[in-house]
Design a protein around this ligand. Sequence first.
Ligand code: HEM
Length: 296
Amino acid sequence: MSLKSSLGKILLGITLGYLAGQYQEELNYYKNEAIRLCRKSLSIETESVGTKGSDAGVKLEKGAKKGKLFTKEDLWENYRGGKGSKGLHLAIMGRVYDVKKGSKHYGPGGGYSFFAGRDGTKAFATGEFNDAGLTDDLSGVETSHFREYENWVNFFDKDYKYVGKLVGNFYDANGEPTPALKEAHIKMKEAQKLKDEAEEHSKRFPQCNSEWSQAAGSRVWCSKKSGGIDRDWVGVPRLLKPATGHRASCVCIRNKGPPTLGHTSKNADRGDLDYPYLKEYEGCDPDSISCKVKRK
Ligand code: HEM
């Protein structure tokens, strides 16, 4: 799908979603897609910002030691890039950047001018470009979003000049990090951990291939590339019913060699077949790599 047609679909999706005032799940999907596409168009790294287990908090704090201490009033009154202003600045996570070279985005009339002269951190992940979103108060933001914040901070560090700190939710009047900043750093680490775990999970339990036809009904099967996970094993289809809320789905399970976790002499050559929450497909040979799905 071309970028142009994807954008068209996304914008249509957002509009329809708002009009209907419902379909929250679809709306979230489109919003996430939009953010992903925006990041793609800006080449903002999403995969590996910070190495595994890296100390995002320490890194952010080190950089934030230098520079001027701004107040919110000063930033808002003097740094929105209008006539007679002292410059064009924005803040994210309490870090203030000179974004003059991006004035086509942030200057008066620019598509992202609402970020100028303030700390609108929340909106960098939620896309709420209004008073509710353009704030440095991150209470209620999902932990998974904190990776976005880290990525945006890295983006501004790379592309713009860091000029100081903003007295607000993240730095106190002495320029010292507040508990809110420390909490945000913890959430960044947690968000990275969640992503690493999700990646581990999808490597361990890759999705099945599936097809449907009126004549033959549904079929699921495993291959060395199913679920987009390139691997040296095929596995057998099982229905995975996670304990926590998620929907049951077909995953390919290693059926040979030691299990990924919990190796004992009894399961030394059963792969992950003994993982709980797995269900065999009714009427399907447990060793088969392909199963017909029976209608309930
Ligand atoms: C959470 C949602 C979004 C945020 C926080 C966001 C933020 C930003 C920011 C800060 C910039 C300026 C980057 C710079 O300084 O160079 C930017 C540029 C851009 N954004 Fe977004 N954006 C979002 C959603 C979108 C969506 C939905 C689209 C398209 C459908 C989009 C398309 C673009 C494009 C094409 C540019 C580059 C413009 C240019 O270089 O002339 N963004 N975005």
